[in-house]
Design a protein around this ligand. Structure first.
Ligand code: HGA
Length: 605
């Protein structure tokens, strides 16, 4: 979601701020802006739409100045227009904000009653007014910020500058990430280390409630009680190079193709092949004491949770419940003793999942996290971090993060099963998991077949996906992927559910994508598929050679997968499901990497 970059610099900042925004582009946004301080005045350029529009504005009217803040906005309050784009200037104060000020309405009413005028529909503008009001009443910038922060409810990362103090850059965070970068005669503020990578590798991650005063010479960090605190300065290791697409047309395609490598990389840290063991990172609690598991995640990650439920219950016989994070704490879940709470998130900053994690921790539950960004809020707050090693994922539609999360989930399920004395042949499990990268490569080998049949799906208005067992959540993932990037309406169903309603939707115009590896559930899935075929369904069957030989007749296409053990089938069958969505989107000409209305790191509730 939106990105913040700030530079208190020794050289002109506008181009570098724009570059920082480009590095945050992957998060998704719908407008952008930059404000600098120059000759004791603010100078600002903003533009709706992509960064190229802002770059164009800057080319027409360049911005001077050695200090400034910049922002990419994913609108939550007010349309993505130029007036609503950040930075917001009120009097001597300029503000950029990530998150939502939940109590903005009463604050705004109060400010309007005091005669203050608003120029945008954003919640953010109240922050600028509140700080400006303090400044007008004689407060110094730091004191003004410290007074205003406790008035704000919700989640925010803020960047603030005050015209009369051109050598000071302020920042604050609560519920949204913000980092400080340490340079040479310069210091920085950024949503993440990636944004600051060309400027510095020396990064401090602000903690919840922290605020910071940045000058060229120094960085002073304060906690929510305004005590000066130190936060460790770490080497971010983030690459200064802009991540590029290599030979691929889109980041999503590149990331789909990276999967054999990154899944192997992820599995490597969870498998000890020589000892035939599946291993988790060290933990200071006893897995064998876990009597139930509660998994919480959003979107694609929640389907990892659903697949994990099949695996954990089958292998370890430990009951699992899976919730979407936005519902979790509001349903007041019953958290029994000896529950392990697991959160799953690519960014580790997903606002709803983070809130669910905190809910579990407050209830005294031990927590674990399957997370791709090891410096993220969730990674730092869980009791047991189970990292994925997918590398930065740029495409908004998750692909490699999904399969790496699955790989970790499979390793976790096997560990829990062993701790419970129920794993059986561990060497066999290790061997199956080790086959994943190669089987994924083989699946990628069928890319051409999928590309060739994609136009048939691209013409559809609605598409249904069917799966059974662990392939049911994969059907949900297939439908979500297609919706996200091709804007075609799609739904996933447990194949046995078809005749309880969805079969009414079937006619020749509705393609039915059936995910059915041969194995114990195959015949039942095929019966459901044939019931739909009898009613005119246009079936695409994704199966192995055996399954296709048995049931591939009367389909509009078959996609052949290697024959794999049921445990690893969801990892392997994820590949054609992703490729299908990708090629359909390409055939439709949509913006694959930055689909409309979507954001990558969803830092608002
Ligand atoms: N609520 C603010 C900022 C939105 C945001 O954080 N997006 O990711 C706005 O709507 O401008």
């Amino acid at each position: 979601m939106c990105g913040i970059v700030g530079i208190m610099g020794g050289e002109p900042v506008a181009d570098r701020l724009l570059d920082g925004l480009k590095r945050l582009e992957y998060r998704g946004y719908d407008s952008a802006g930059i404000c600098t301080i120059h000759d004791d005045r603010f100078d600002r350029r903003r533009a709706p739409g992509k960064l190229k529009n802002l770059a164009q504005r800057l080319a027409e009217e360049p911005l001077a100045g050695m200090a400034g803040i910049a922002h990419t906005r994913w609108a939550t309050h007010g349309a993505p227009t130029e007036d609503n784009a950040h930075p917001h200037i009120v009097g001597d104060v300029v503000v950029v904000h990530n998150g939502i000020i939940e109590n903005f309405k009463p604050l705004r009413d109060e400010l309007i009653a005091q005669g203050r005028e608003f120029r945008s529909q954003t919640d953010t503008e109240v922050v600028a007014h509140l700080i400006a009001r303090e400044i007008e009443n004689g407060a110094a910038p730091r004191a003004a910020l410290a007074t205003v922060l406790p008035m704000l409810h919700g989640a925010f990362a803020l960047g603030v500058m005050v015209r009369t103090h051109p050598d000071l850059l302020l920042g604050a965070r609560l519920g949204a990430p913000l980092t400080v970068g340490y340079g040479d005669g310069e210091n920085y503020l950024g949503s993440d280390a990636l944004a600051l990578a060309p400027l510095t590798q020396r990064i401090a991650y602000l903690e919840e409630g922290d605020w910071v005063a940045i000058t060229r010479e120094a960085v002073e960090i304060y906690d929510r009680d305004n005590n000066a605190v130190t936060r460790p300065i770490v080497n971010s290791g983030a690459s200064g190079q802009l991540i590029d697409k290599g030979n691929h047309r889109h980041f999503m395609q590149k990331e789909i193709y990276e999967q054999p490598v990154v899944v192997a990389q992820t599995l490597r840290s969870y498998l000890r092949p020589l000892e035939s063991k599946v291993a988790l990172p060290d933990m200071d609690f006893d897995l064998s004491a876990i009597e139930r598991v509660a998994i919480v995640a959003c979107g694609t990650a929640s389907y990892v949770g659903m697949i994990g439920k099949y695996w954990i219950e089958q292998l370890a016989r430990v009951p699992v419940e899976v919730d979407v994070a936005s519902e979790y704490r509001y349903r007041d879940p019953v958290l029994l003793p000896n529950t392990l709470g697991i959160v799953i998130s690519q960014s580790g900053e997903t606002a709803d999942t983070l809130a669910a994690l905190r809910h579990m921790r407050a209830a005294g539950v031990t927590t674990a996290g399957i997370i791709n960004v090891p410096t993220s809020s969730m990674a730092r707050e869980v009791d047991l971090l189970m990292p994925t090693h997918a590398g930065p994922e740029i495409g908004v539609a998750s692909t490699k993060a999904f399969t790496c999360q699955l790989a970790v989930m499979a390793a976790f399920a096997a560990n829990l099963a062993r701790a419970k004395g129920r794993l059986g042949d561990e060497a066999d499990v290790v061997q199956q998991l080790q086959q994943v990268p190669e089987a994924m490569s083989e699946a990628l080998g069928h890319d051409g077949d999928i590309e060739a049949m994609a136009p048939k799906i691209a013409a559809a208005r609605d598409v249904l996906y069917l799966g059974r067992g662990p392939e049911f959540p994969l059907a949900l993932e297939g439908a979500l992927k297609l919706k996200e990037i091709s804007y075609i309406h799609a739904e996933g169903y447990a194949s046995g559910e078809m005749k309880h309603g969805p079969i009414a939707l079937i006619d020749e115009a509705v393609p039915l994508i059936v995910i059915a590896p041969s194995g114990p559930l195959f015949d039942k899935t095929v019966s459901n598929m044939q019931e739909a075929q009898a009613r005119g369904a246009q079936v695409v069957l994704i199966s192995d050679a055996e399954g296709i030989a048995q049931a591939g007749e009367n389909t509009i296409a078959t996609i052949e997968m290697p024959k794999v053990a049921p445990l690893i089938a969801p990892l392997v069958y994820a590949v054609p499901v992703q490729l299908l969505a990708y090629h359909v989107a390409v055939a439709k000409g949509t913006d694959v990497d930055q689909p409309r209305n979507l954001a990558k790191s969803v830092t608002v509730e």
